[in-house]
Design a protein around this ligand. Structure first.
Ligand code: AMP
Ligand code: MG
Length: 402
């Protein structure tokens, strides 16, 4: 297993092994942000449930307007009331959102109406249906409002509320264990002895998982030791649907993860033609998938976004299609072709009023400042050089982890 696997092959390999969570539960609408719908939601009543006005003004029957274009006011209809039918030859004062009274067919904005004591004078050029929001124009009874597999954002929560639902059927949250490996790791807040580094990856990974609404059931640091790695993996496998690790997947003597997977579970993929992120490993302990991300902090971010996030979405039952890149001219060049596909920490900038993709000058896999400068990843395809101005695929971070 020493050849490098292409990013596309690696991604298909892991996606084929994703087991979507199959347990549904009911979530309170107040706490359903980011959850994944487990059923289609049907519309039980037309929305809106009745014709109503989109403006403050006057409701009238167009045919009632005579040459003087004046009508007396016979009713006042605030939103939230059930209006009486409109008396013939009159108009009704009406407020945004209020139901149109039976018999009225037009609403005129108050700004267009002249007040003449008890009468109201209406302008020329009115059309029946003006300023009326029709019953069912948002959704009709029997429509599917939202499909299973939809991740609930602010707008979906609002729509579900408009259906009148206080509870929503969702897949249970994915339980994920995070294991960061390395004898050198020290937790932030602790003193830093010589030769040690702060553990950054556990925070990067935890944040990504939180953003995907996973339940992080384990977040543990594991020493560089075969037995400790085996124990930690087996324990995590009892608690989680998925284990994500960082570090320990390279070829050094202190890299134990692969050996533990081979000995206590299985290793089905190792080493991708990807930069950063070459040593990525994938396998399982029992039937619990293990995604072994590299150790370098920028590699963790990039492999996390490109491999781990799509895998997690699949496990969550999220049916959103993969993000599509934006094509933009590169504001940088790559002189040496590589057999590895490079994901460059980059951002959109304007040059002479046109959007281009700039890359951070130092793409070392150890640098996280590059990723903080960036707002996305640009892709330099394998076996290609790149000249300034060439079109390049660019993925905003917000699309990769939205
Ligand atoms: P490894 O693959 O374990 O050899 O790690 C590669 C590089 O990433 C080494 O320089 C590690 O010190 C560094 N590294 C590994 N894990 C972490 C972590 N959790 N936080 C910060 N750096 C790490
Ligand atoms: Mg290590």
């Amino acid at each position: 297993m020493t050849t490098l696997i292409s990013v596309d092959t690696a991604l298909s390999h892991v996606l084929e092994r994703a087991l979507p969570v199959q347990e549904a539960e009911s979530a309170d609408l107040h706490h359903a942000l980011g959850r994944i719908l487990s059923e289609d939601l049907q519309v039980r009543h037309d929305i809106p449930s009745a014709d109503n006005t989109s403006v403050d003004g006057y409701a009238l029957r167009l045919a009632d307007l005579q040459d003087d274009r004046r009508l007396p006011v016979s009713a006042r209809i605030p939103a939230g009331t059930a209006p009486e039918p409109l008396a013939p030859g009159t108009c009704a004062r009406i407020f945004t959102g209020a139901n149109i009274p039976e018999g009225a067919d037009t609403v005129v904005m108050q700004e267009d109406v002249e007040v003449e004591d008890e009468l109201r004078r209406f302008p020329e050029g009115l059309r029946a249906g003006d300023n009326i929001r029709r019953r069912g124009q948002d959704l009709r009874q029997g429509d599917t409002a939202l499909h299973a597999g939809t991740r609930l954002r602010a707008q979906e929560l609002g729509l579900i509320a408009s259906l009148g639902l206080a509870q929503v059927p969702v897949w249970r949250r994915l339980r994920v264990a995070v294991l960061t490996t390395g004898d050198e790791l020290v937790e932030p807040g602790q003193p830093l002895p010589p030769g040690r580094i702060f553990n950054t990856n556990r925070f990067t990974l935890q944040a990504m998982l939180q953003q995907l609404d996973c339940e992080v059931v384990v977040n543990q640091t594991v020493p560089d030791n075969h037995d400790a790695t085996a124990i930690a993996l087996k324990r995590a496998a009892r608690q989680a649907d998925l284990i994500v690790t960082s570090g320990g997947v390279s070829v050094g003597e202190e890299d134990h993860l692969r050996a533990v997977l081979e000995q206590h579970g299985q290793l089905s993929l190792w080493r991708m033609a990807m930069k950063p992120g070459k040593p990525l490993a994938f396998g399982a302990i029992g039937n619990i998938p293990v995604l072994g991300l590299p150790g370098n902090p920028a590699s963790v971010l990039v492999t996390g976004l490109i491999i781990c996030v799509p895998f997690i979405r699949r496990c969550q039952g999220d049916v959103r299609p993969a993000p599509r890149p934006i094509r933009l001219p590169a504001a940088f060049s790559v002189d040496k072709a590589s057999i590895r596909r490079e994901y460059v920490r980059a951002r959109q900038e304007l040059r002479d009023g046109h959007a281009v993709v700039s890359c951070y000058p130092n793409q070392s896999s150890g640098l996280l400042s590059s990723a903080c400068w960036a707002d996305g990843l640009a892709v330099v395809p394998e076996n290609q050089t790149l000249a300034e101005g060439d079109m390049i695929d660019y993925y905003p971070f917000s699309d990769l982890l939205g």
